[in-house]
Design a protein around this ligand. Structure first.
Ligand code: DLL
Length: 434
């Protein structure tokens, strides 16, 4: 039997769900038009008044919002609520040094906790679950998002955060953890360590896991499920929209239900920006229709997928999305951290000895993402003292790591080693087979 956290909303017949969506959209448009200078200007520039939106199909008349808009209005310019009502911020990497900031009112934290509680329930959790949150706590939304949802559900919540793998395994056993939340690659790393440390599946009480924050595949699901003896659910989200819990798979594991009473999805062609039909692959766009802190209209996620409208056996009426199959920009996700090549480039070029040729090589070794950067340096530097070369390497590694929040290995190569491109420079080799 299917369990729901908010049955009434989760199984609302489409007709009523769409009515609710339209009402919320209209209220939201009035709200942002009045409260947020950015949207007031943007709607005026598009010659649209909130009252012009009379049906859900009018959504396509509204202008898009992009990550660049968030950057241009850094840090608080996209907020609609007054600063006194903002109770929390989270942030993720932007395309340059600037963070992409998201602001939450108490209303937004409550919605987020509820959609996470719904998500946990969709994957078979209840108040008797023991949920180990091994997503990072901090500006990243993974840790606190899962934490608040788990507590609202009434589950026992372990704020383990990421890392310290041996201790995590010890806790799985001693604390009788039933549920794991982390990136899919960390789940496989945990499975490796589990075997190395001599644990067996039967030492644990694990039942299910909620994995996301980076792309993964059905092959990875099979491995995680077999090696940890659990059901592995795909959880999706992004900080700009709310964090994890924008969508979740149910027990049927056939696409992730988008919590459509809060987040209105569309798929567009990333080139023409025209809306595509359900089933067609394109870029996912969201309008948040219930948040008050930083509501976003037609936010371009850059994530590529398609929407599945066929009814699901679980009885939830909310549309599903397929796995993310790529991005329409150059963002990389390395160990769950969003990284733009441009961030690495500016960190490298802040040092004058560096030639303007480099290559970022991303690989997955023992289920952990590694990043190496080959950098050309002037030939005379190779004949310099080893100590100086080492200092330069240390400095670059420090600069890059602080720019992208994860450590990277620098490897110097001599002039002309990195292949010159005839057209668009190729700066990234991603060797990961996901
Ligand atoms: O990664 C929120 C999150 C935390 C989701 C924990 C799931 C679990 P950001 O740091 O803002 O937020 O990164 C958002 O990560 O646009 C996708 O490109 C990618 N992403 C998130 N979940 C998935 C997933 C969090 N299940 C960006 N599959 C998004 C593929 C994902 N990509």
């Amino acid at each position: 039997m299917t369990n729901y956290y908010e049955r009434e909303f989760e199984t609302l017949p489409r007709e009523f769900l769409e009515k609710l969506q339209l009402e919320r959209l209209q209220t939201l448009l009035e709200y942002v038009y009045e409260k947020c200078d950015f949207y007031h200007k943007k709607l005026d520039e598009s010659s649209i008044k909130p009252a012009d939106i009379k049906s859900l199909s009018d959504l396509k008349k509204l202008p898009f919002t992009t990550k660049q808009d968030l950057r241009d209005n850094y840090p608080y310019g996209m907020f609609s609520a007054s600063m006194n009502d903002i109770v929390r911020v989270h942030a993720s990497s932007g395309t340059t040094g600037k963070l992409t900031v998201a602001g939450y009112t108490q209303n937004d934290i409550d919605i987020w906790s509820a959609v996470m509680a719904r998500s946990f329930t969709a994957g078979g959790c209840s108040h008797s679950s023991i949920i180990n949150v091994a997503y990072g706590y901090g500006l990243f939304t993974g840790g606190l998002g899962a934490h608040y949802g788990s507590e609202l559900l009434g589950a026992l919540t372990i704020p383990a955060s990421s890392g310290n793998t041996k201790r995590q395994l010890q806790m799985f056993k001693d604390f009788k953890v039933s549920t794991l939340c982390c990136t899919p690659s960390y789940a496989l790393y945990l499975a490796d360590e589990m075997e190395k440390e001599g644990y067996k599946i039967s030492d644990f009480s694990l039942k299910q896991g909620f994995f996301g924050a980076e792309p993964w595949s059905e092959e990875m699901r099979t491995q995680i499920q077999e090696r940890l003896g659990i059901k592995a659910y795909n959880i999706y989200g992004l900080s700009e929209i709310i964090g994890p819990g924008v969508s979740i798979e149910c027990e049927h594991q056939c696409g992730a239900h988008i919590w459509e009473d809060h987040f209105l999805p569309e798929i567009i062609d990333p080139e023409t920006l025209e809306p595509l039909k359900n089933g067609e692959q394109g870029e996912l766009v969201f309008t948040t229709i219930s948040k008050t802190g930083m509501p976003l209209i037609r936010y371009r996620t850059r994530d590529l997928c398609s929407l599945i409208e066929e009814p699901c056996e679980c009885g939830r009426t909310h549309i599903r999305m397929t796995r993310i199959i790529g991005r329409s920009d150059d963002m990389l996700i390395i160990g769950g951290v969003n990284v733009f090549p441009s961030q690495i480039e500016s960190a490298l070029f802040s040092v004058k000895e560096i030639e303007p040729h480099y290559m970022i090589i991303v690989d997955r070794v023992n289920n952990l993402d590694k990043i190496e950067i080959q950098v050309e340096i002037k030939d005379e530097l190779f004949s310099d003292e080893v100590k100086n070369l080492q200092n330069l390497k240390n400095l670059l590694e420090k600069n890059v790591s602080s720019a992208i929040s994860i450590s990277a290995k620098i490897h110097f190569v001599s002039r002309g080693t990195i292949e010159r491109s005839q057209g668009k420079a190729v700066r990234v080799i991603d060797k990961r087979r996901i």
